[in-house]
Design a protein around this ligand. Structure first.
Ligand code: CUA
Length: 134
């Protein structure tokens, strides 16, 4: 029947418009983390290698927004930051030829640990680093 077809097309149109809306919303530039009081993030270069971490800075202040720019000198590694309770706070991949960014603001003073999260060879478990927050 013609009116059934019309109802079908109307439904399809609504579904289409809904899908387009979702699609558009999804493609909007997503918001970067908001840094406290408009402060610029401290940019830290992190280079992973078998078997260690080269970090341009390892001491920070509580409340200081930090951007880790993470890459690798050789193979794929995983960059993970852990607090003193062994909880992971942030992580990203360390890949040769790429720079992955990870943002963090430490809200407690202490010693944080950097661990490699991807098996990268015999010394994988030796890939630890230290971050001190005062
Ligand atoms: Cu580097 Cu595992």
């Amino acid at each position: 029947k013609w009116y059934k077809a019309r109802k079908f097309y109307a439904t399809m149109l609504v579904v289409f418009l809904f899908a387009m809306t979702i699609h558009t919303l999804r493609d909007l530039p997503y918001e970067m983390p908001v840094y406290g009081q408009g402060k610029e993030a401290t940019v830290v270069d992190v280079e992973a290698m078998q078997f260690g971490w080269n970090m341009s800075q390892t001491e920070f202040k509580v409340g200081e927004p930090i951007e880790f720019d993470v890459t690798s000198k050789d193979v794929n590694h995983g960059f993970g930051i852990y607090n003193e309770d062994n909880q992971m706070l942030a992580q990203t991949q360390a890949m040769p030829g790429y720079t992955n960014k990870v943002y963090i603001t430490f809200d407690k003073p202490g010693t944080y640990e950097v661990l490699c999260l991807e098996y990268c060879g015999l010394g994988h478990h030796l890939m630890t680093g230290k971050i001190v927050v005062k």
